[in-house]
Design a protein around this ligand. Structure first.
Ligand code: FAD
Length: 441
C-alpha cells in the first residue's frame, strides 16, 4: 500500500493512524506541537484533551454510551486507552489526561508502521492524506483546506442553536405555520404575549454565560452575535429579529402574537427541532431554565444545547462525500474539522477515516455502517446534502431513524430499543466485512 499522511496527532489523527497501521498500512503522522501550539493545547503530548477530561456517559441507552459501544466493536484503540486511564466519575468515562496521552503514545510507538513527524504541515501533501488538524487547525493549513473546498465552505466559528426533542413539546400550545401561510408548513411556532416575552427577555439577559477564552472572545463576536447579546442591545431587538411575529396568526386566538419563537425541523421524521436564531453562549443549565419559560417548551428535553466556539470546520454536507473524502482527490477529513463535535466523536471519525482510507487503498468497498447506529446517524447528518445551515453536531438520539410506525415507547425504553437495534445490525455488518475487520492485531 501507499504510505498515508495523517495530519494532526490529536484524537482523530491518532485513532486513524492506529487503524491504518493495524491493517499493514504505513503512516506518517504529523504533529505541529511543540514547535507550534494552538491557543487551547498546553503540552506536547499526542491526543491531548484540550478541556474537560470527560468522554461523557457510558450507559448504552444514551447516545454517547452507544457511540462508545459501537467504536469498541469496531476496534477503537483510543477508547481502550481511555478506559485504562479512567478515574471514577459516576456514569461517565472520565480519564487521567496525562495517563491517557501516555497510553496513546505507547500504542503509537509500538507500531513500526507509524512514523511520528513533529512539524507543521502548511500545504496538503501528495498521495493519500487524512487531515485531522482539529478545530484549531493552524492558519497555514486552514488556508490550504480553504483552497481545496472553496472559501465559502470553511468556517472559523460555530454558532449553534439548541435542538429539542419533538416528543417533549406541548402541541396544545405550539402551532404549525410558515410565515404568511394559513396553516401547516415547516415551522412550529411558540406564541408569546407581552408579559411572557418581557419575562423571557429579562431572564435571557440576566442568565449566566460561559466564560469564553481570550482567543475566542476577541474573534468570536465579530463573527456572530449570540441571542442574549442581541437582546441586551434593546428589549425589543429580538422581537424585530428572530422572534418577529409578522405573517403569523395563532389559530387559537385568531390574532398575531406579541412575539414568536420559531422551531424548524431538523430531520424528515420531524423528531427534532432547532430554536431558530437562538445561537447562544448561556451555560447549559441556564439554557434549559430560560428556554423552558417559552410557552410550549415547558417540558422540552434537549438533544443538543446551543454553543459558540472558535472552530475550524468545513461545510461537510456540500463538499465531502459520505466517507468524508473530498471528491476526486485522495484527501479525506477526520475529527472536528468535519463539523462533528466531541472527544468520542473525534475518535470515531478517525477510526472511520482509517477504515475507509484502507478500503480505498485495497480497492475494497467503503465502510457504510448500518444507518441505525449512533455513529452512522451522525455521519448521515454530516454528509447529507439536504442538511442546511450546517453547524457542528455531536451524537444524539434526535439523529437516529425513528422506530417502526406504531411502536410507541417511553423515552427510556425508546432509547434502549435504539441501542439494541443499532448493536445488532453493527454486529451483523462487522461479521460480513471480514475483509476489513478480520485479523487486526
Ligand atoms: P485535536 O484533538 O485538536 O487534534 C488536532 C491536532 O492537530 C492537534 O494536536 C494540533 O496540534 C494538530 N495540528 C493542527 N494543525 C496542524 C498542522 N498544520 N500540522 C500538524 N499538526 C497540526 N469536546 C469534548 O467532548 N469535551 C470538551 O470538553 C471539549 N472542549 C473543547 C474546548 C476547546 C477550546 C475546543 C476548541 C474544542 C473542545 N471540544 C471538546 C471539541 C472537540 O471534541 C475537541 O476539540 C477534540 O479534541 C477534537 O479532536 P480532533 O482530533 O479533531 O482535534
Amino acid at each position: 500500500h501507499e504510505k498515508v499522511s495523517v495530519i494532526g496527532a490529536g484524537l482523530a489523527g491518532c485513532e486513524c493512524a492506529l487503524t491504518l497501521a493495524d491493517r499493514g498500512v504505513a503512516v506518517q503522522l504529523y504533529e505541529m506541537r511543540p514547535r507550534r501550539s494552538s491557543p487551547a493545547h498546553h503540552t506536547d503530548r499526542l491526543a491531548e484533551l484540550v478541556c474537560s477530561n470527560s468522554f461523557k456517559a457510558t450507559r448504552r441507552d444514551s447516545a454517547a454510551g452507544l457511540l462508545k459501544e459501537e467504536i469498541r466493536r469496531l476496534g477503537s484503540h483510543l477508547l481502550k486507552c481511555a478506559e485504562q486511564a479512567s478515574i471514577p466519575a459516576g456514569g461517565a468515562l472520565a480519564v487521567d489526561r496525562q495517563r491517557f496521552s501516555e497510553l496513546v503514545e505507547a500504542e503509537i510507538a509500538s507500531h513500526r508502521a507509524i512514523e511520528v513527524v513533529r512539524r507543521e504541515v502548511c500545504s496538503i501533501p501528495a498521495g493519500p492524506v487524512v487531515i485531522a488538524a482539529g478545530p484549531l487547525c493552524s492558519p497555514a493549513l486552514a488556508e490550504a483546506v480553504r483552497d481545496l473546498v472553496g472559501a465559502e465552505s470553511l468556517s472559523f466559528f460555530d454558532a449553534a442553536a439548541p435542538i429539542v426533542d419533538a416528543s417533549t413539546l406541548d402541541m396544545d400550545v405550539l402551532f404549525e405555520q410558515s410565515r404568511y401561510e394559513r396553516a401547516g408548513g415547516d415551522y412550529l411556532n411558540a406564541p408569546l404575549d407581552r408579559r411572557s416575552y418581557e419575562a423571557f427577555i429579562t431572564e435571557l439577559i440576566g442568565a449566566d454565560r460561559v466564560n469564553l477564552r481570550d482567543f475566542e472572545r476577541k474573534e468570536l463576536f465579530q463573527a456572530c452575535q449570540p441571542a442574549e447579546e442581541v437582546a441586551r442591545s434593546g428589549r425589543d431587538a429580538i422581537r424585530f429579529g428572530a422572534m418577529k411575529p409578522v405573517g403569523l396568526i395563532d389559530p387559537r386566538t385568531g390574532a398575531r402574537p406579541w412575539a414568536v419563537l420559531q422551531l424548524r425541523a431538523e430531520n424528515a421524521a420531524r423528531s427534532a427541532y432547532n430554536l431558530v436564531g437562538f445561537q447562544t453562549n448561556l451555560t447549559f443549565p441556564e439554557q434549559k431554565r430560560v428556554f423552558r419559560m417559552v410557552p410550549g417548551l415547558g417540558h422540552a428535553e434537549f438533544f443538543r444545547m446551543g454553543v459558540m466556539h472558535r472552530n475550524t470546520f468545513v461545510d461537510a454536507p456540500h463538499v465531502l462525500d459520505s466517507s468524508f473524502a473530498v471528491p476526486e482527490t485522495q484527501v479525506r477529513l477526520a475529527g472536528q474539522i468535519t463539523g462533528t463535535e466531541g472527544y468520542t466523536e473525534a475518535i470515531a471519525s478517525g477510526l472511520l477515516a482509517g477504515l475507509n482510507t484502507f478500503c480505498d487503498l485495497a480497492g475494497a468497498q467503503r465502510v457504510h455502517l448500518p444507518v441505525s447506529g449512533a455513529l452512522a446517524s451522525l455521519v448521515g447528518y454530516a454528509t447529507d446534502p439536504a442538511t442546511v445551515r450546517y453547524q457542528p453536531m455531536h451524537v444524539n438520539f434526535g439523529l437516529v431513524p425513528p422506530l417502526p410506525a406504531g411502536v410507541r415507547l417511553g423515552k427510556r425504553d425508546r432509547y434502549r430499543a435504539y441501542a439494541r437495534r443499532a448493536l445488532e445490525s453493527l454486529d451483523a455488518f462487522i461479521a460480513e466485512r471480514i475483509d476489513v475487520f478480520a485479523g487486526p492485531r
